[in-house]
Write a protein that binds this ligand. Structure first.
Ligand code: SAM
Length: 248
């Protein structure tokens, strides 16, 4: 069921309440109104139930990608960093493959993720490494600090839409002149945009470009095609992958 359908249900339901309020004596137990009510209840349960289902899916996802190497775009971004600063932040760090790469390159890395399982995997993986700090945080709550590199590979589009501009200005403030941002944004044709299970923050190409006015965009790739997720689910991807360097 799409978000538009859910909005229609809410509209019907509140219209029904309004009619009841204005006509307290009337019989409103028509089939249509009963259906609206139960569809709404089912929808609320569906979303609530899916929180746990999603948690389970994230755990499955981490197991699938655990042995994956770092992303090639992280390598490109790292090589472009001319800020003289070798601190990095990995936003939504997953299982920590990119952290591992950056540490080998001599970086001090702070990785954070909202999911406990990711934090556990990364804490075990980098246990005792003084150059890695792992914390559990949402994008909006993380304490961003001045650094030469910010990664948000396949993660930032999970930001709550209401928080996005504040999160982006924190990221932008953190990147030093000559520093680099490397991450992905979601376009409106991605099938997750209309999928209620996952909150995403889609942006137009113009909106993505607008984020990088003080930067030189070094790489901009759009993927607008049918594909599969790491868990083998078919979906339509619409992703903008960006590597951009802040003006010095
Ligand atoms: C698709 S995974 C990508 C992981 C890793 N960056 C990579 O490239 O493999 C997205 C990650 O973002 C995290 N995430 C989603 N929403 C988040 C939020 N609001 N704050 C922090 N992390 C979040 C998820 O828990 C997940 O680990």
């Amino acid at each position: 069921m799409s978000k538009v359908h859910v909005l229609h249900l809410y509209y019907d339901f509140f219209a029904m309440l309004d009619r009841r309020f204005k006509n307290p004596g009337a019989d409103f137990s028509s089939g249509l109104e009963r259906n609206t009510f139960w569809l709404l209840v089912m929808k609320i349960n569906d979303c609530g139930g899916n929180m746990e289902k999603n948690m389970h899916l994230w755990e499955e996802y981490y197991q699938k990608i655990l042995a994956n190497p770092h992303r090639i775009q992280t390598e490109i971004a790292e090589a472009l960093n001319s800020s003289g600063n070798f601190k990095a932040i990995d936003c939504g760090c997953g299982t920590g493959a990119d952290i591992s790469f950056l540490v080998e390159k001599g970086y001090e890395v702070s990785g954070f993720d909202m999911h406990q399982e990711s934090v556990k995997i990364c804490s075990d993986r980098f246990h005792g490494n003084p150059n890695v700090d792992i914390s559990q945080s949402h994008f909006i709550d993380f304490n961003y600090f001045d650094c030469g590199l910010v990664l948000a590979n396949l993660s930032l589009f999970f930001c709550e839409p209401k928080d996005f501009s504040e999160v982006w200005s924190k990221i932008d403030d953190a990147i030093l002149p000559g520093g680099v941002f490397c991450g992905d944004f979601m376009g409106f044709r991605d099938s997750w945009v209309t999928d209620c299970d996952t909150t995403v923050c889609p942006l137009t190409e113009e909106q993505v470009n607008g984020l990088f006015s003080g930067y030189k965009v070094e790489q901009f790739k759009e993927n607008d095609s049918q594909g599969v997720t790491a868990l083998g689910v078919t979906k339509h991807w619409h992703i903008y992958q960006v590597i951009a360097k802040k003006a010095q």
